[in-house]
Design a binder for this molecule. Sequence first.
Ligand code: ZN
Ligand code: ZN
Length: 154
Amino acid sequence: MIQECPHCHRKIIPREKNLCPSCGGNVLDKTGTDPDMTLLVLRDGQSLPGICIHCGRPTDRFVWVEFQRKPEKRKTALESILGFGILGHIFGLFFSLPSLLFPPKGLSYMGKIPQCRLCASMGKVRPEYVDFEHSQAGFLVHKDFKAALENRPR
Ligand SMILES: [Zn+2]
Ligand SMILES: [Zn+2]
């Protein structure tokens, strides 16, 4: 049965002896875990309710987060054929032009995340992971924030 691990908050199927395959913690042992927190996936640019993601209290403070994937530096086939000569550079530029003008999607995640002043003094908004392929990021959020997001009229 798929469940959320209380330690790493990933959705997992516990292994033998109730151990989480992701972090190795015992899913039945909730010592030192925060039952109010849950992992939630937020989409790039998704508008969010004014509820602090850490403590679940109302806030009008939003912080801008932005994560960029470093573009891979790969030689085009043509460049390797022509070598590093001036011709290779010209052809290389010509063929990389479309991607320069129209950057491929899925290279970044950005959004405005609600975080109250009190929680901001304790640390920055940091995602658990960023999924660049789908332009979304997993955040550890308070259950009240999740509820406010899900129950909001669309
Ligand atoms: Zn785990
Ligand atoms: Zn807060």
